[in-house]
Design a protein around this ligand. Structure first.
Ligand code: ZN
Length: 442
């Protein structure tokens, strides 16, 4: 099976290379803005023509797609950017590609063909505000050795850690590079390679996975994840300290004066702390996703409205939610690789509010209630563990359906009926007993 895989490495550029990275990101931003200005001018020209009664082919064309934008850019570049040959042409192309995508997202969103938040008309990218990035898709880019990456027009740039995972696969033909995106996050440059890799995918779950059975996973703020087996996967080491720093940095940012130099500094610091936390968590999420996909035949997670939640102002929640999107993405492809299945519970399934022992529902449960107290069967257990167990029950009750959906990202639309059907007091032995001490300790 062919799979797409991303390999991301931090770069340690020297000063000259750093200038080159900035120049290329600047070139991408320049063409994006140039193209956007061109599109806007063409649109208003058209609007004027329409008032004069011009129609159809007589109207000024608007360069809306990548080929049209490229054509316009190549005709104009010598005049408007005489320095164009100081950068790889890929950088300019990347800017036009970003614009073409933004225009398409706008059109799709307006037509209702795009999920999620409404996408507005693209806006000009401001230096220092927009995310710096550019992309190579052709030419001699790629790892030069385990420790150096070749970036045309920039040079051989040192990477922060060896790229063995990627270079090994490239060397023996198990992977093929499709592109490289160079971007800056919180003052640090990264290269992210997209590679097409061959993988032997098992046709069915192994004995170990079958023995592991179905596992429910609740992703939280206090823990990285809580599993229906009772295991609480802790947040990465130093996470609490990083989180305190994050809170401090975000308070400092909020207090700084808009437009001041102090604010820019605070913003940079905030972004740096955010970047570090995201990295720490990404590592932890990778490990847990791999382990779950290898040791269980079905992994059940909740479907959360991620676009809605990332905009939540509560930082800890926002961080956890970003992690949720990440682990969901990782589980989707890793379960595919290892022959297990990912099951995504319906968004409206009340996994936190339902008693995993008897199905009683606590409609007034709030986020502050860390322990679930069942008023029907007297079960007391950690709120996240209760949610994880409910996720497992949801699928365990309909395994025949999941058996047919191996490797696919399935959704359940049972609306919580599975857990609600059981009678009070029918909790399986062991579940209540083993869970209670954790509940009382919380
Ligand atoms: Zn109960």
């Amino acid at each position: 099976m062919k799979t797409l895989q991303a390999y991301r490495f931090a770069l340690d550029p020297n000063d000259a290379q750093l200038a080159g990275l900035r120049r290329h990101a600047g070139a991408a931003r320049f063409t994006f803005n140039w193209g956007l200005a061109r599109v806007k001018a063409a649109l208003s020209q058209r609007a004027a023509e329409e008032t004069y009664g011009v129609t159809g082919g007589g109207l000024t064309p608007v360069p809306w797609t990548l080929p049209a934008l490229r054509l316009a850019w190549n005709a104009a570049k010598r005049e408007i950017a005489p320095w164009w040959d100081e950068c790889s042409k890929e950088a300019f192309s990347a800017g036009l590609d970003q614009l073409a995508r933004a225009l398409k997202n706008f059109t799709d969103s307006r037509k209702g063909q795009r999920k999620g938040r409404r996408v507005g008309f693209p806006r000009f990218k401001k230096r220092g505000k927009a995310r710096d990035s550019f992309r190579y898709t052709t030419g001699a880019y790629g790892p030069a050795s385990d420790l150096y990456v070749k970036l045309p027009r920039i040079g051989r740039v040192k990477v922060h850690e060896p790229m063995g995972a990627l270079t090994g696969r490239l060397a023996d033909g198990r992977a093929r590079l499709l592109g490289a995106t160079v971007s800056r996050t919180a003052g640090r440059w990264f290269v992210s390679f997209t590679a097409e890799a061959d993988r032997d995918v098992p046709a069915e779950p192994s004995r170990r996975q079958r023995a592991g059975g179905t596992v429910g996973v609740d992703l939280g703020v206090r823990h990285l994840a809580v599993l229906s087996t009772g295991e609480m996967v802790p947040n990465p080491k130093h996470y609490q300290r990083a989180e305190r720093k994050l809170r401090r940095a975000s308070r400092a940012y909020a207090r700084s004066k808009p437009g001041s130099a102090g604010r820019r500094q605070c913003a940079a610091e905030l972004a740096r702390v955010h970047g570090r936390i995201a990295n720490q968590r990404r590592d932890g999420l990778h490990k847990i996703a791999t382990r779950l996909a290898k040791t269980h035949d079905v992994v059940v997670v909740e479907d959360l409205n991620v676009t809605g939640m990332v905009r939540n102002r509560r930082l800890a929640k926002a961080v956890a939610t970003a992690g949720f999107a990440e682990i969901r993405r990782q589980l989707a492809y890793k379960t595919g690789w290892y022959g297990s299945a990912l099951h995504v519970a319906d968004r409206w399934y009340p996994s936190s509010k339902t008693c995993s022992g008897c199905g009683w529902r606590n409609p007034s449960l709030t986020l502050a209630n860390r322990t679930f107290h069942c008023q029907s069967c007297r079960l007391v257990l950690d709120r996240d563990l209760n949610a994880a167990i409910n996720l497992r029950i949801l699928v365990a009750a309909s395994t025949s359906e999941t058996q047919n959906a191996r490797g696919a990202d399935r959704k359940t639309h049972s609306g919580g009926q599975v857990a609600a059907k059981r009678e009070p007091g029918t909790a399986r032995a062991g579940q209540t007993g083993s869970a209670a001490p954790q509940g009382t300790a919380a």
